[in-house]
Design a protein around this ligand. Structure first.
Ligand code: HEC
Length: 196
């Protein structure tokens, strides 16, 4: 092989390597984004979210965006919302903090009632009679998590204990997904037996 042919071959090899790298970088990026959006595939947030819905919690998917519900379930059921917003969080014999196999108490799922000191009680975040979680529209809900102020509360009131400074940093899509999931869970009355 003469030198100029070798040089040309070398250039092709380099071009091929660069093209492959660029393609796989693009594919990786696309894959990550689709993983948040699709509702199939073994690694999907959406699919995993549906798997995480606690036993006994029957979702109403009528008129809901299924992909958002799944993503919202993924977020809600992996972010400690249950521990603070359900009282008790676990059914008898199902408390993982006692080394028992986890069984979430679906009868009070996210209906609030966990007391933090004498004044602060976690809110019922299940849908109200109109189907709005915590009685909030989607825009009000997102605003509440972003600012810590529920627009229905008196001016200047800021949610305490509730980790809104962290949760409120999520994307619009994530917050909307949380809302969509909460729209689909059963509506429950405020927890009748609040306690620590
Ligand atoms: C560390 C405990 C804790 C965790 C974790 C937590 N919350 Fe809260 N949340 C609270 C408490 C307590 C309140 C009521 C605060 C107050 O009244 O000042 C609250 C209030 C709220 C409110 C406002 C309701 C209203 O009527 O004003 C929403 C919405 C909410 N939480 C959603 C969530 C979601 C969704 C998650 C999980 C992504 C979550 N919370 C995780 C403790 C928690």
């Amino acid at each position: 092989m003469n030198t100029s042919l070798m040089l040309r071959r070398g250039a092709w090899v380099i071009a091929a390597v660069v093209a492959t790298a660029a393609l796989s970088a693009f594919a990786g990026d696309k894959g990550d984004r689709e993983d948040r959006d699709d509702d199939g595939g073994s690694n999907s947030y959406v699919q995993h979210g549906f798997e995480l819905v606690p036993k006994g919690v029957k979702l109403d998917l009528m008129g809901k965006n299924r992909a958002l519900v799944g993503l919202g379930s993924y977020i809600v059921n992996t972010s400690g919302c249950i521990e603070c917003h359900s009282h008790p969080a676990y059914a008898p014999g199902g408390n993982p903090f006692k080394g028992e196999p986890e069984m979430i108490d679906s009868t009070v799922y996210l209906s609030g009632g966990r007391k933090f000191g004498p004044v602060i009680t976690s809110a019922n975040i299940t849908p109200d009679n109109a189907g709005n979680p915590a009685g909030l529209t989607r825009a009000q809900f997102i605003q509440t998590l972003r600012t810590g102020h529920n627009p229905n509360d008196p001016a200047g009131e800021i949610l305490q204990i509730m980790p809104w400074p962290a949760i409120g940093k999520k994307t619009d899509r994530d917050l909307s997904a949380i809302y969509e999931y909460l729209r689909s869970i059963p509506s429950l009355p405020d927890n009748p037996n609040p306690g620590p």
